[in-house]
Design a protein around this ligand. Structure first.
Ligand code: PMT
Length: 403
């Protein structure tokens, strides 16, 4: 799967930099075109000559090439790449990537890259578990970057613990699997709802919920990375989309989300309803701010919003697949099953607010996937991007069964 792929290998200043020669060799052997970018400190650990010989391309480490004065365009590199791997990634580079400190060619290219980014941390165990590093790695994850976890073992300091860069063979395997998976949804159109909706009360107030959009956006990135054309109907969230295969439609209310989703639904092969849609809206939205002095105890009359999942379930034709979510606080399995049937879904993803670090806002989730034929698979707590990968895998299995 790596044949013809353009891969940027970013090398930072850690002892594990010597292993990157093998990584470059393996990628080139697998048919990839590799461009090495080194931080100035990385050059102390491994020579650019070794890496340019193995990759067959001059190594880049400065904004301008000495002698020629040629400008190395991070923007062009960012567009050229099908993937970027930072290995080894030191605590310092991880911090710069997490916070946008673009003071070298590697981080500047990272900020321009539209392609998926893989980060293989390598450092001493105390640096690895320092709250700053833990937070910065979590930030990279929240941007949709893939973290290739370091292994445990003896470190360069002779201490034993977590911090050894993953072996080049395994990094290569991660990339190969990623590109294999990437092709799985090629040619498919996926429609996703994400985030909360807002139901206005008056010009300054609204009813909403705690959804951040993280789960739905992770699904959009995962589907796009798997080769699909994605339309993401997003409620009001503070998240950005990066993948060029994602078309985003921003909406505010449940009615707007319903209208946008239903207009896209006929073209969709797969529809994933991840949004936390407000079930009710205020019957009469006040045109002016409701004043405390005028109404002591105002009463809001609520009316039902359209059920988007149900509407897609009813409009579904042969070959279209609809996947819902169930967010529960009790009686989880029974409620999820009831929703699956009532909304005519092919699959439902159950998450419970009783599970710590699952559901709203957090970067992780714990789900159970239930299909219409009663199959049930429980997954452990994982980063939302990995949960998204599990959901995409389950969808692909279902598609295979149905074809
Ligand atoms: O956004 P995050 O902070 O990352 O949080 C993720 C999440 C908790 C919002 C997500 O994982 C999730 O569970 N989404 C569905 C939340 C929800 O509203 O569940 P529900 O059980 O009320 O609804 C069942 C299904 O019907 C859902 O697929 C929902 O999108 C859909 N629905 C509900 C009501 C409605 N009017 N229209 C709908 O389409």
């Amino acid at each position: 799967m790596l044949t013809g792929k353009h891969i940027i290998v970013g090398i930072t200043g850690g002892i594990a930099a010597y292993k990157t020669a093998t990584l470059v060799r393996l990628l080139v052997k697998a048919g990839a075109e590799v461009q090495v970018i080194m931080t100035p400190n990385a050059r102390e650990f491994i020579t650019p000559v070794t890496l340019s010989t193995l990759s067959g391309k001059p190594v880049i480490s400065e904004f301008f090439t000495a002698n020629t004065g040629q400008w190395n365009s991070h923007v062009d590199l960012g567009l050229w790449a099908d993937a970027m791997v930072v290995a080894p990634a030191t605590a310092s580079t991880i911090a710069k990537m997490a916070n946008g400190v673009a003071d070298n060619m590697l981080v500047t290219t990272y900020l321009s890259a539209k392609a998926p980014v893989f980060v293989a941390p390598a450092m001493d165990l105390d640096m690895m578990r320092h709250p700053t590093t833990v937070r910065n790695i979590a930030l990279l994850r929240s941007y949709g970057n893939h973290i290739i976890e370091p292994a445990e073992g003896e470190l360069a300091s002779h201490l034993v613990g977590k911090g050894r860069m993953e072996e080049p063979e395994n990094i290569c395997k991660v990339l190969d699997e990623f590109f294999s998976r990437r092709a799985d949804l090629a040619g498919k159109r996926v429609l996703i709802t994400a985030g909360p909706t807002r139901e206005r009360i008056d010009p300054v107030r609204y009813i909403s919920n705690f959804s951040s959009g993280k789960m739905g956006f992770a699904l959009a990135e995962e589907c796009a990375s798997s080769g699909a054309q994605v339309t993401l109907v997003a409620g009001p969230v503070a998240l950005a989309t990066r993948h060029p295969a994602i078309t985003r439609i921003d909406v505010e209310s449940a009615q707007q989300m319903h209208d946008a989703t239903m207009s896209q639904f006929p073209q969709a092969d797969i529809t994933i309803l991840c949004a936390a849609v407000a079930d009710y809206r205020v019957d009469c939205v006040a045109e002016r701010k409701i004043k405390r002095e005028h109404t002591d105890e105002p009463t809001l009359k609520l009316v039902k919003n359209p059920d988007i999942a149900r509407a897609t379930g009813q409009a579904k034709r042969n070959g279209q697949l609809t996947v819902g979510f169930a967010l529960e606080t009790d009686n989880e399995q029974a409620n999820a099953l009831e929703k699956l049937q009532r909304k005519n879904l092919d699959m439902i993803v159950l998450n419970s607010l009783r599970d710590k670090q699952a559901g709203f806002q957090v970067d992780t989730n714990r789900v159970t996937i239930i299909t219409a034929d009663g199959q049930r698979t429980e997954y452990p707590l994982k980063p939302k991007r990995d949960v998204a990968a599990d959901i995409v895998n389950a969808i692909m299995q279902l598609m295979k069964q149905k074809s």
